[in-house]
Design a protein around this ligand. Sequence first.
Ligand code: GLN
Length: 360
Amino acid sequence: MTTSLSHGTRLVAVQRFLVVSALAIAVTSPAQAQRTQTAPGTLAPPMATAAEIRSAVSAAYEKYKTLREGKNADYIPALAKVDPNLFGIVVITPDGQVFSSGDVTTEVSVQSISKVFTLARVLQDSGEVSVRNRIGVDATGRPFNSIYPVEENKGKDINPLVNAGAISTTAMIAGATSDEVWQKIIGTYNDFAGRQLRVMEDVYKSESETNQRNRAIGQLMEAWGTIGSKPAQAVDLYTRQCSVGVNAKDLAVMAATLANDGKNPITGKQVLAAKHVAPLLAVMATAGLYETTGQWLFETGLPAKSGVGGGLIAISPGKYGIAVISPPLDSAGNSVRAQKVIADLGVVLGANPYAVTRPR
Ligand code: GLN
């Protein structure tokens, strides 16, 4: 009895709240809604205006263009040769507006950012349950190329955004031949980027000659019986996918496709079914920057993914796809300058999905 009474009281309160909220929305003009605290029940905080995004992007570029912290990856020899001064920032909104500063045309290898898009394909083809059961979605808390979690977790329960889990992810894509699998991988990346991407052959060759650790990870997973019978093929395809060339604009289109519920805002193509986007972003929020993901999420709230080529993407769902390229990395393998830029932009643009009001 007491329960049903208090339930009724709560219902009245909820109804009143809804009426008041509807009135509040009705009397707030769109311009006001942009500037003021968000009305209850609407998307919060509001998106920045085009002028605000433009000026935030160029301010971040100016602020960090002379920063010289970090060091190019050199365990893959080809990456050590990339110009460390390369620096480009792009923000794309779900309605396809593009804001950029710096170099947005020079390509770097996508590296670990590829892991997100291969996972997208596997989610689309095989679904969430098989990803959770066959790969795992918890963070390892270890460096990206660590072999420890493979042994500790008996070849499974390894996040798809570190090498072992990513090699398993690649192995889950069906195909009678290696080329058939590759066409699915590159086709998915092309759809996300909205143009035809190519492998940077020098990077692929360089990494193929120096990827003993990844080959060992593949073989150990084979020994545990968790990767099927073709670990060498999976490692080779994984190495190829990491060598795909992308510029800052490509990465931002890929990020904005995720910010837009799986629909590419430039081409209009639904690349990934909307229902798979939230789980994919959750994996990024858990492990996108490897063992420093907690610090990143604490600061920005943004699901993101880094690559040792110097790229970093971040997604503000429904609002922004953000990409920065700057090759010098910190000790975890994340671009130093890209992290600073995106952290700044996140505050100015109100990008943090956990924040109800926009910080000023
Ligand atoms: N291809 C790289 C590797 O396997 C990717 C690592 C990364 O970008 N963090 O080592």
